[in-house]
Write a new protein. Sequence first.
Length: 380
Amino acid sequence: MEYRKRTKHQGVYERLSETRTTHKGKPDVCYDISYKHEGRKIWEKVGWASEGYSAKLAADVRAERVRSIRHNEELPRDKKKVITFRELTTEYLKWAKANKKSWDTDEFRCNKHLLPRFGQKRLNEILPLDLERMKAELTKDGQAPASVKHALVLFRGMVNKAIEWRLFSGTNPVKAVKMPVVRNQRERFLNVDEANTLLAALRERSVDAHDMALISLQCGLRFGEIVSLTGRDVDIKGGTISVYDSKSGSRVAFMTDAVKEVIRQRLSDDPGAHLFIMRQGEPYKQVPEIYREVANKLFNVGVKDQRFKVGFHTLRHSFASMLVLQGVSLVALRDLLGHKSLQMVSRYSHLSETEKRQAVASLGRSFTQGGRQAQGAGNG
C-alpha cells in the first residue's frame, strides 16, 4: 500500500509507488495536495516525478486552488476535463493516416519520444519546462539536433490540431521553447571508386542491401521510394521507374543497365507485389542493419560529425554529385531528384566550378585572334 508522507510545503504530500519507476529505474514519486472546500477536505493528485512534477510545483497548484476558492472561482474538478496527450495521439494518428504520407514517421516519434513522457498528462499540464527537459534528455542520449527538432515540431503540430479541433483551449507550450539549431546537412558523398567498394562489400553480405544501394546510387531514389516499388512501377523495356507519393510528388526515374538487371530478377507474376520483401513477408520499414554495418566499417570509423558520416541517404547525394561533376545542369538534376525548386539543388552548384572554368577556357580557344599578339598588331 502506498502511504502519503508530508513534505515541507503546506498541504503537499508525496507517496512512493510500488509499481511505477522513473527513467532511471528508481521508484516513482506521486505528489498529492489537500485543501478544504465547502467544509470538506479535498484530496487531489497533482502528478508524478517522472512527468516532471515536484513538491514545489504541487505547492503552486495548491496555492492556485486556494486562491480560486477564496475568490469564488470554478475549480478544475468542476470544469470539463482537458484531454490527455495519449487521447490526443489517438485522434491525431487517425487524422494523419488519412491525410499525411509520413504518418508512420509521426507514429514512430510519438511512441519513442512523446508518449513515454507525456502520455498520461493532460494538455494543460504539459509545461514548457517539460519540453525543455525532453530536449536535454534526447540530446544527452545522442539524438541529433534535427531529431530533437522533429520531436518538438510534431508535438507542436499535434497541440495545434487539438486547438483547431476545439479539444483544447490553452496555449501551445512549444511557443516558449527555443528550437535546436540544425546544421546536419550531409556533406559527404561517395566517388565512383568508393561506391564500387561499397557495392562489392554489400554483395557479399546481403543481396537486398546491395540492390537497394545500387538503385539509390544509379537512379537517385530515396530508401522509402525503393521499398515502396512494385512490379507495376517499373518498365524494363522503356528503362523507367515511376515514383509515386514521394516527398515532392510523382516523378519518373531512369534505370541503368545494372539496375534493369537487378529489378528484372525481382519481378514476379503479381504486378502489385513489392520488389523488396523481408523474410517475414512484409515490406521493409527501415534500412537493413547490414547496410549500416558495412558503411560504418568502410567509411565511418572515427567520424564524429554526422554531416560527414556515410548513411543510406549519402547514396542519393552521391548520385546527384556525380551527375553534376559530369556536366548535368542543375535544372535537369532538380527533375531527376524530384525537387520542386532549384534552391533544393543549389548545394551542388559548387561542384560544377570545374565545368564552368573549362567552358570559358574552351571559349577562349575558339577565338582565332586574341591576347597581346593581336593587340600589338593593332598598335603597329
